[in-house]
Write a protein that binds this ligand. Structure first.
Ligand code: AMP
Length: 179
């Protein structure tokens, strides 16, 4: 099963990704997590990734495509995955040659996303300053919303009300996947 999760920061993609991953025994993979590990490398690329993600802007599409293609080549991802954070632009979606089963869009309003983010405990992420969060929300509307339409046109999109409870949302996702 090959599943993509799309949603604004704070929509609950990683929460749902982890639940579905455990329930269906499919590996969960997040592009943001991969990049945050790369940002720790003391190389030119590592510094570039760190600066880019800290300021809330996107890594270039061609780079992103090769990173994800390389990751998905690993044996543990051969029979399926739940992907969070990629593709994030129409260009990335067009570059992505995998056969996808379903794309879930966890829909929450900007206000609700901001409210949730302001309650999240401080973790190791430095891209949670108000300025970086605003850039990420803007970038979602500008670059990622067209990806939602892209998959809707392909008949793969399932839109979920991301403001429901965690349990209701995972139940809905699992039900759609069983159909
Ligand atoms: P996330 O954890 O998904 O919110 O990603 C954190 C940051 O990593 C984003 O703000 C971007 O700077 C970068 N990033 C993650 N996924 C992508 C992607 N598919 N394309 C470009 N940049 C990305």
């Amino acid at each position: 099963m090959k599943i993509i999760l799309i949603g604004i920061q704070g929509a609950g993609k990683s929460t749902q990704g982890n639940i579905v991953s455990k329930t269906l025994n499919i590996p969960y993979l997040s592009s943001g997590h991969i990049l945050r590990n790369m940002a720790k490398e003391k190389t030119r690329w590592g510094r570039f990734v760190k600066e880019t993600i800290n300021s809330g802007v996107l890594i270039p599409d061609d780079k992103m495509t090769s990173i994800m293609e390389e990751y998905l080549e690993k044996p543990e991802y051969k029979s399926g995955w739940i992907l969070d954070g990629y593709p994030r632009t129409v260009q990335q979606a067009e570059n992505f040659k995998e056969r996808i089963d379903k794309v879930f869009y966890l829909k929450v309003s900007d206000e609700e996303a901001l409210r949730r983010l302001s309650f999240q405990a401080n973790d190791d992420r430095v891209d949670k300053t108000p300025d970086a969060i605003k850039k990420r929300i803007d970038s979602f509307h500008k670059f990622t919303e067209p990806v939602i339409d892209y998959y809707r046109k392909k008949g793969l999109l399932v839109e979920i009300d991301g403001e429901k409870s965690i349990e209701e949302i995972s139940k809905e996702i699992l039900l759609k996947l069983s159909k």
